[in-house]
Ligand binder design. Structure first.
Ligand code: SF4
Ligand code: SF4
Length: 259
């Protein structure tokens, strides 16, 4: 509407259209910052005016509230991320909000520099957090589905302590090579194919791919209990490939009998 009405707003903004503000994933926002954007603005339909039962604008709101706390955690000014709700007919509101946001971002300065964070440090922090996005969403799934009615509740949805704990007590899953019997159950059930699996080979979790869903821990047969949950501690290094073969006791016996 702002374009059709030839309304002027900040020229630094680049618009990316999505079908619903709920489509804007936490990863998209973090990627924009990783790519050097100084600010991210999300425009959604007015709350409770969604045409669909999904009410994706609430999802967008919760995601933005979470992302703002994560930004604070890594030292970024959360004002660099803004979400506003308006109807498609409110071109004037959109132009005004965008211009104000553009001025705010200019005032904050370039991403990281404005906060006095070293650029390399910022890049690595953003990269680390982007890898954890599926985990962050999983841990916060209930709050991310909230329908907050009162803007006064927004700032309390995610607390600083919660976010600090989220990153200091990161969960990892590890397969104990002494216990794994290569039954392949975990590899078949892993939703992201993060388990290196082969017949008679001790299984290994690729920590880069793992989204920390915990399925492997749940499905590993109790008689083996080979998967361990590690909280806030480094994961032991994986067993070298040439030491992963399992020599079955039965086979050893059979071989001995032949001799
Ligand atoms: S925690 Fe989930 S994603 Fe990670 S290895 Fe286990 S099943 Fe796969
Ligand atoms: S389910 Fe358990 S025993 Fe079976 S391959 Fe996975 S970790 Fe090993």
């Amino acid at each position: 509407m702002a374009g059709v009405s030839r309304l002027q707003y900040t020229t630094e903004a680049r618009l990316i259209r999505v079908m619903c503000s709920g489509r804007v994933d936490l990863e998209f926002v973090l990627r924009a910052f990783s790519n050097g954007m100084d600010g991210v603005f999300i425009g959604g339909c007015r709350l409770n005016e969604c045409n669909y039962i999904t009410h994706g604008n609430y999802d967008a709101l919760n995601m933005a509230l979470l992302c703002r706390k994560i930004m604070e955690h890594i030292g970024l000014n959360p004002e660099r991320l803004r979400i506003e709700f308006m109807s498609s007919a409110e071109g004037i509101v959109f132009a005004e909000v965008m211009s104000k946001f553009g001025s705010k971002v200019k005032e904050l300065g370039p991403l990281g520099k404005g906060e006095g964070i070293d650029q390399n440090e910022l890049k690595s922090k953003l990269a680390e957090i982007r890898k954890l996005v599926p985990y962050i969403k999983l841990v916060n799934r209930e709050k991310l589905a909230s329908r907050l009615k009162n803007p006064e509740e927004y700032d309390k949805l995610f607390t600083k302590d919660e976010i600090d704990k989220l990153f200091s007590e990161i969960i990892s899953y590890y397969i104990d090579p002494e216990k794994c019997q290569a039954c392949m159950t975990c590899a078949k059930r892993c939703p992201v194919e993060a388990i290196l699996s082969a017949k008679n080979q001790i299984h290994v979790i690729d920590q880069e791919k793992c989204i920390k869903c915990g399925t492997c821990l749940e499905v590993c047969p109790t008689k083996f209990s080979a998967v361990t949950k590690i909280i806030g501690e480094p994961v032991p290094p994986p067993l070298p490939e040439d030491k992963r073969t399992i020599v079955r006791k039965k086979k050893e016996k059979g071989e001995g009998d032949k001799e």
